[in-house]
Design a protein around this ligand. Structure first.
Ligand code: UGA
Length: 436
């Protein structure tokens, strides 16, 4: 099937390459000529395991191409819109500028019977508005087809999704839209992937409520960590124990420095803003609390470092292990790790940060920090070590060996990802979050 993907960021680039991998003929469109040149050369513009391989094979097969020229979508039957919907500056609401611009520039190139399939995360009500725009400017239809991929597992999640959701128009367009999407997802559907066929509003809400639920789960366990900290309880054991209840489940109950990234934080804020617009602010007022709990955990890590120096942090060398918002990603958008590094630096600490993939991005936004790709160099002479992204290389550090590098063996495990007894036995003062 011939497809186009408008917007080649984390979502669109992976979607385009994965659809080509599944046998479709795909053109990816982006306004950024550098990104398009990189992708067209078969290289990934960001770190995502498995992406370089499917980009290269897609380009080599001739099924995958990239362009800055919207006219190149002509001939495609389904056009995925995968542009960003960031938080508006100074507000909680989502900025829909890129979605509207993508639809406006796509409309002149649509043929009768084409399907525009929205993938971007949008406030409920957006698809209905865009459907009118598409209908007024073309003979095409609109569907909303949210995406649930996780960074770090994006290729796997796109090729083998755990569910598919189609938000479809009513009337005659329903069957046209459904059969087009069924053809796109033929492989996943043949493997009995659960499919929910619904209306626009439900499809939009499925996406934001899924992220709101995940954010709430993380903030719930982080709230328990706060209680554990004042009572001497251990939040990781608590999470294990409640996680054995199949109704609760252990996943997304890892207490630590909290959630970040390009999705969870901005999605809960945009959801709150949209609910308020709809006069239903109270229904999701708890998401403000979810956000506050989350942001408090970053300060908690900073406070622990400062306390370890009896308040005298100025000039102390702090090694910050991690910059990405989670492992296996170079994404630093709203990263708790980078935030902690910047706050410590702001207090006068001599911060040296390391990360296997995110240094280049962090350097651009936080030039005031010092970086090194060499973990040992970061640790050498450190007065405190802070682990804020649970990369495997950090989890596998040998505490006895690295104790010999630092000036003071003091580690704050902001992700509860180290084995406390191993570090204590090697002479370290170990401090986790929500743990005695
Ligand atoms: C999230 C959702 O998990 C995806 O399903 C969704 O498609 C995506 O947003 C999106 O909207 O595009 P992602 O942002 O890649 O995916 O990251 P997550 O794996 O959800 O992690 C988010 C944050 O929560 C990270 O900072 C992570 O470190 C943190 N986290 C996660 C915790 O602090 N504790 C946990 O137990 C789990």
């Amino acid at each position: 099937m011939k497809l186009s993907v408008i917007g080649c960021g984390y979502l669109g680039a992976v979607h385009a390459a994965a659809m080509a991998e599944l046998g479709h003929e795909v053109v990816g469109i982006d306004v950024d000529p550098n990104k398009v040149a990189t992708l067209a050369a078969g290289e990934a513009p960001f770190f995502e395991p498995g992406l370089p391989e499917i980009l290269a094979s897609g380009i080599a097969s001739g099924r995958l191409s990239f362009s800055t020229d919207m006219a190149d979508v002509v001939g495609a039957k389904v056009h995925f819109v995968a542009v960003g919907t960031p938080q508006r500056k100074g507000e909680n609401a989502a900025d829909l500028t890129y979605v509207d611009a993508a639809i406006d520039s796509l409309i002149p190139y649509l043929s009768d019977g084409d399907l525009v399939a929205g993938k971007s995360t949008v406030p409920v009500g957006t698809a209905a508005r865009l459907a009118e725009k598409v209908a007024a400017g073309s003979g095409a239809h609109l569907a909303w087809n949210p995406e649930f991929l996780r960074e770090g597992f994006a290729v796997e999640d796109t090729i083998s999704p755990d569910r598919l959701v189609y938000g479809l128009p009513g009337g005659d367009a329903f069957e046209v839209a459904k059969s087009a999407l069924d053809e796109v997802y033929e492989v996943a559907l043949s493997r009995d992937t659960p499919l929910v066929v619904t209306d626009y509003a439900t499809a939009e809400l499925v996406k934001v409520s899924a992220n709101a639920f995940l954010a709430t789960k993380i903030s719930f366990i982080n709230a328990m960590a706060e209680i554990a900290e004042t009572t001497g309880a251990d939040v990781t054991q608590l999470a294990d124990a409640i996680g054995f209840d199949a109704r609760i489940g252990r996943r997304f109950l890892n207490a630590g420095v909290g959630f970040g990234g390009g999705c969870l934080p901005k999605d809960i804020r945009a959801f709150t803003a949209r609910a308020e617009e709809l006069g239903r602010g109270e229904s999701v007022a708890f998401l403000k609390e979810v956000d506050s709990i989350n942001l408090r955990r970053r300060q908690k890590v900073v406070d622990l470092v400062v306390e370890s120096f009896d308040g005298q942090i100025f000039g102390k060398k702090v090694a910050v292990l991690g910059l990405a918002f989670k492992p296996d990603s170079d994404d630093i958008r709203d990263s708790p790790a980078l935030d902690v590094a910047a706050r410590l630096k702001g207090l006068g600490a001599e911060v040296i940060a390391t990360d296997p993939e995110a240094i280049a991005n962090a350097k651009r936004t936080h030039p005031q920090l010092d970086f090194t790709t060499d973990i040992d160099e970061a640790l050498t002479g450190a007065d405190a070590v802070v682990v804020v992204t649970e990369w495997k290389v950090f989890r596998e550090l040998d505490p006895a060996r690295v104790a010999g590098l630092v000036a003071r063996p003091y580690v704050i495990d902001g992700r509860n990802c180290l084995v406390p007894s191993d570090w204590r036995d090697a002479g370290w003062t170990y401090q986790g979050l929500g743990r005695p």
